[in-house]
Ligand binder design. Structure first.
Ligand code: FE
Length: 341
């Protein structure tokens, strides 16, 4: 066990570029394990270091971070875990690696909807789960709600990635919260019957499928549209597709978060809280949302030009804790209706 700990610790030290993690150095730094890619977070960390003198060490990995922190136990260098989607955040909480974040700054900056009721996580940016429709084949107001995805007029015309992906589980969990399980099961069955093809690929693939005429309506997260428009190879496809924010006439569009959790054994807890508070402030909120075409969680922070060009929208105010609580039921319904089969 001792050698395993040493090995794991050694790997982490090497990965975050430190020769040694002495207590003297630890007083002026904070260690972040991130599922978010470095280019999305480094600019804000650089500003934080400029303002506070606290160095930020990051370890990026697309998977296995929760398990890693769990294995590192009390010896973990991780102070913070940055991840995306309420489902993945909930997985971290369920693994018992987080501790409550006590901060009046966060309570002032971040709406309660985007904070955990037990303070074990906070949202940092939001993303809308929107509809993408063909400019050529779908009239602007032909579909305006998630509920209408079940309308028989869309038979053979809808594309979506696996319903078991965390983004779709959260959307379906929100449908359960608003309409109950019985309605949602009927809705999900009808949406499945309207699919143009078996669920496959990622969100970008669905937007491309609309541009190629494979389907007329797709479901995807908002920032993928921004990424495509920014990529000369993908912009022509994105320009054939309209972004639609559903349910503007009632509860608003379903939104999810990228978020952060403070680790239970964080060696630099005070610095970690300073960093989260910095990230919740006006300057970092604008930068953070801008880099990935997301939205700031803090109300009143200016949106980037790109997302502003898609229009203002009303978002669903359902607490993400409620979304999280309905995830198990959502997974069961997806399975029961055989959505991905
Ligand atoms: Fe994504």
């Amino acid at each position: 066990m001792v050698s395993l700990r040493k090995t794991v610790f050694g790997v982490v030290v090497a990965a975050i570029g430190l020769s040694a993690l002495t207590s003297a150095q630890a007083a002026e730094e904070v260690n972040v394990y991130s599922l978010r890619q470095s280019y999305l977070i480094e600019p804000m960390f650089k500003r934080f270091t400029e303002e506070t003198g606290i160095r930020v060490n990051t370890l990026f990995s697309q998977n296995g971070l929760v398990e890693r922190i769990k294995h590192e136990g009390r010896n973990t260098p991780a102070d913070l875990l940055l991840t995306v989607d309420i489902g993945r955040i909930q997985d971290a909480v369920d693994a018992d690696i987080a501790q409550p974040i006590e901060s009046a700054v966060l309570e002032a900056n971040i709406p309660a909807q985007f904070r955990d009721e037990n303070k074990l996580w906070v949202g940092m940016t939001t993303r809308a789960r929107v509809l993408y429709t063909s400019f050529d084949r779908v009239a602007p107001d032909a579909i305006t709600t998630y509920e209408s995805l079940a309308d028989p007029k869309w038979e053979g015309r809808i594309c979506v990635r696996s319903a078991m992906h965390v983004y779709n589980i959260a959307l379906i969990a929100s449908m359960i919260a608003h309409h109950g399980e019985e309605y949602t099961k009927t809705w999900l069955t009808a949406v499945k019957d309207n699919l143009a093809r078996k669920p496959q690929g990622g969100d970008t693939d669905q937007i491309e499928a609309v541009s190629q005429g494979v389907c007329d309506v797709a479901i995807g997260n908002s920032y993928y549209y921004g990424k495509m428009l920014d990529d000369p190879n993908k912009a022509p496809a994105a320009k054939q597709v309209r972004i639609v924010f559903p349910n503007q006439g009632d509860r608003g569009t379903h939104v999810n978060i990228s978020g952060v959790a403070l680790m239970k054994h964080a060696p630099n807890k005070a610095n970690a809280i300073k960093l989260i508070e910095f990230l919740s402030g006006d300057e970092a909120q604008h930068m953070y949302a801008d880099i990935n075409f997301e939205y700031p969680v803090k109300p009143g922070v200016a949106w980037s030009d790109r997302v502003r060009s898609w229009g203002r929208f009303t978002h669903d105010e359902l607490a993400l804790n409620v979304v999280a609580a309905n995830r198990v039921a959502a997974i069961r319904l997806i399975d029961e209706v055989g959505f991905n089969e």
